[in-house]
Design a protein. Structure first.
Length: 155
């Protein structure tokens, strides 16, 4: 027994044919638009809570924690405040999530680590423009402890 997609019964087309045609149309759209058909969310400059591009550019760079040499490397900020970033302690680890947003006049960053035994440890940081530093709290999930931290820009 062949099932029919709602609205297709009158056309007499089986669901399989309709599904293949829909898939072909989507793939054609991806090829024509260069993949942007799947892009979701607003651009950083227009997203609610996301800082304008000029503020985003301030946080791009290599940041080092002087008390242990831990490194956050922010390569780019993309749509919706998502950060293209990595962590090193000293071996590189990916962030599970890495985001930037504006809360009032503050530029806030949040990072979550799940790889390499970090099990949900987080950094909640704010950019301090006066000192060009990232300041905030590191939550070490395994030990369930919080630490005040500072990252300085590596030159």
């Amino acid at each position: 027994m062949m099932m029919r997609v709602r609205g297709e019964a009158a056309l007499g087309r089986p669901a399989r044919v309709v599904g293949l045609r829909s898939l072909a149309a989507v793939l054609l759209g991806v090829l024509v638009t260069g993949g942007s058909v799947f892009a979701q969310g607003p651009t950083p400059a227009s997203a609610a809570g996301s800082p304008p591009a000029a503020e985003f550019s301030r946080i791009v760079g290599r940041w080092v924690r002087p008390d242990g040499g831990y490194v956050i490397d922010i390569k780019a900020v993309v749509a919706g405040g998502k950060l293209v970033a990595s962590y090193a302690n000293p071996s590189p680890l990916p962030f599970y999530t890495a985001e930037a947003l504006r809360e009032g006049s503050a530029l806030k960053l949040s990072f979550e680590l799940r790889a390499g035994g970090y099990n949900g440890s987080t950094y909640t940081l704010a950019y301090d423009a006066a000192s060009d530093q990232l300041r905030g709290v590191y939550y070490q999930a395994v030990a369930r402890q919080k630490f005040d931290v500072v990252f300085v820009r590596s030159k």
